[in-house]
Design a protein around this ligand. Structure first.
Ligand code: LLP
Length: 405
C-alpha cells in the first residue's frame, strides 16, 4: 500500500467519506501471484465481488487477468471493460435460467456448476439455444479452512459445491450430453485463509478426483480452478507464502496436463484500499467515549457483520490515546468501525483512515438510512482520479419517483 497518500488533499478535493485505492499496489499483487504460477499455464481470474468498480476490473484486465463472476451483472462488468470472454468464469449456487442463458450467449469460458439440479438447467438452456455449454463442477471436499464461519465454504455443512460422488455422477452425465462439455473442476474452501494445510488437503482430494476421472471415466479436464481465499494482513496475521501456495498446487497436480486457474479477490485488492471518513463529534456517555464519524456501516459493513478488525488511525495525530468506540450516524447500535480501541482525542473535521478496506468494502455498501454511496478514488503513478462519483439524493430516488401515486 502506498504510504504517501495525502488524505487531507483528497478530502479537500473530493469531500468525505471516500474510498481510495492504490492501483500500483493492485498491479504488484497480481504480478506476484501470476509469477508464482509461472511454471505452468495459468489464469488469474480476479474475483470481481471483492471490488467491482469498473476501473479496478479494467486495471486488472489490462494486466491480463480474467474474471471470476457470481452474477450476470459481474459478467457484464468484466465484458464491459474488455476482459476477453474466454477468461470469464461464472460461479454461484443459485444462477437463474436467464443468467445461464445470457452466460451461454456471451460464450464465456465456462459455467461453474454447483448442483445436479443446476446441471439439468444448464443442459436445458444450452439445448434451447442450440449450444454446447462448457462447464466445470465445484467440488466440496469437506475440509475445514479454519477461518470465520461466515466465509467458510468447503465443508459439507456449507451450501457450496457438491460432494465427490455427486460430482462423478455429474461428470458422467455431462460427458454423455450433446449440450454439455465438462472442461474444468473447481474448489474454493473459504476466504481470508491463513493456513496452507487445509488448502493442500482440499487440492489433493480434487487432484485425485481429476486422475480418477481420467483413468476410470476417460474424462480429461483442461482447467483446474483452485478458487481464491488467500488471506491478507488486517492486524498481525501470519500469511501463507505465495510461492509455497503455488508450489503446493503444482505438486498436487504433478503428472496432470492441466491449466491452473486461481480466483483471488481480497489478496489482490484488500490492502490497496483505505476508507477515509471525518470526525463529526466526540461525546462521552457515562464513562464511554464515542468518536462519531461521517462514514457508517452502510459504507463499510465488515466490522458490523463479521466483527472484523480494520486498523484505524487519526490522520496526523498519534498522541494522547484513550479508549473509545468509533461509530457512524446510522440508527443501529451495530453501526461501528471499532470498539474499545485507543485513539488520540479528535476535533471536528479530523480525518480517520480505516485500512485494508479495498476488498468487500464498497461492494458490500448499501443505501441504508438513505445515505448515498461514497466517492471512489484511484491513485496511479502518483496521480489521483475519481473512479466513481458520490451518489446524490436524486440517484437514490430515481427508481421510485415516477411511481408515486
Ligand atoms: N472464488 C469463490 C468461489 C468465492 O466464493 C470467493 C469469495 C472468491 C473466489 C474470492 O475469495 P477471496 O480471494 O476474496 O478470499 N464478504 C466477505 C468475503 C466473502 C467471500 C466470498 N467468496 C468478507 O468481507 O470477508
Amino acid at each position: 500500500m502506498n504510504n504517501n497518500i495525502n488524505f487531507k488533499e483528497l478530502a479537500n478535493k473530493y469531500q468525505t467519506p471516500y474510498y481510495v485505492y492504490d492501483f500500483d499496489y493492485i498491479t504488484k499483487q497480481y504480478q506476484e501471484l501470476k509469477e508464482a504460477f509461472k511454471a505452468r499455464k495459468s489464469l488469474i481470474s480476479y474475483a470481481v465481488k471483492a471490488n467491482s468498480n469498473l476501473s479496478v476490473v479494467k486495471h486488472l484486465g489490462d494486466q491480463g487477468a480474467g474474471a471470476d463472476c457470481v452474477s450476470i451483472g459481474e459478467v457484464k462488468r468484466a465484458l464491459k471493460v474488455g476482459i476477453p470472454k474466454y477468461k470469464i468464469i461464472f460461479s454461484g449456487v443459485g444462477k437463474t435460467d436467464d443468467e445461464i442463458k445470457q452466460a451461454l450467449e456471451f460464450d464465456i469460458l465456462m459455467i461453474n456448476v454447483e448442483s445436479e439440479a443446476e446441471l439439468g438447467r444448464v443442459e436445458l438452456m444450452a439445448k434451447e439455444l442450440n449450444k454446447v455449454a462448457r462447464i466445470s463442477i465445484r467440488v466440496n471436499p469437506n475440509v475445514n479452512p479454519k477461518t470465520h464461519p461466515y466465509i467458510s465454504t468447503g465443508l459439507h455443512e456449507n451450501k457450496f459445491g457438491v460432494d465427490i460422488d455427486t460430482s462423478k455422477r455429474m461428470y458422467i452425465k455431462a460427458k454423455q450430453s450433446k449440450n454439455l462439455e465438462p472442461i474444468g473442476i473447481h474448489c474454493h474452501i473459504g476466504s481470508q485463509l491463513t493456513h496452507l494445510e487445509p488448502i493442500k488437503e482440499a487440492i489433493n482430494i480434487v487432484a485425485d478426483l481429476v486422475r480418477n476421472l481420467k483413468s476410470a471415466l476417460k474424462i480429461e479436464l483442461k482447467f483446474f480452478d483452485v478458487g481464491g481465499g488467500l488471506g491478507i494482513v488486517y492486524n498481525n496475521e501470519v500469511l501463507i507464502d505465495t510461492n509455497e501456495y503455488a508450489q503446493t498446487v503444482l505438486e498436487a497436480l504433478f503428472g496432470i496436463d492441466i491449466t491452473v486457474i486461481c480466483e483471488p479477490g481480497r489478496f489482490i485488492v484488500g490492502n490497496s484500499g483505505i476508507f477515509v471518513t471525518k470526525v463529526l463529534y466526540e461525546k462521552v456517555n457515562g464513562t464511554k467515549r464515542f468518536v462519531i464519524v461521517d462514514g457508517a456501516m452502510n459504507d463499510l459493513l465488515r466490522p458490523s457483520l463479521y466483527d472484523a478488525y480494520h486498523k484505524i488511525e487519526v490522520v496526523g495525530k498519534s498522541e494522547n490515546n484513550c479508549d473509545c468506540n468509533v461509530v457512524g450516524p446510522v440508527c443501529e447500535s451495530g453501526d461501528f468501525f471499532a470498539k474499545n480501541i485507543e485513539l488520540p482525542m479528535t476535533q471536528h473535521n479530523d480525518l480517520i483512515a480505516i485500512y485494508s478496506a479495498g476488498a468487500y468494502g464498497f461492494t458490500m455498501a448499501s443505501n441504508y438510512n438513505t445515505r448515498g454511496k461514497v466517492t471512489e478514488i484511484a491513485i496511479e503513478d502518483g496521480d489521483d482520479r475519481m473512479i466513481r462519483r458520490r451518489e446524490i439524493f436524486e440517484d437514490l430516488i430515481a427508481n421510485e419517483e415516477e411511481y408515486i401515486k
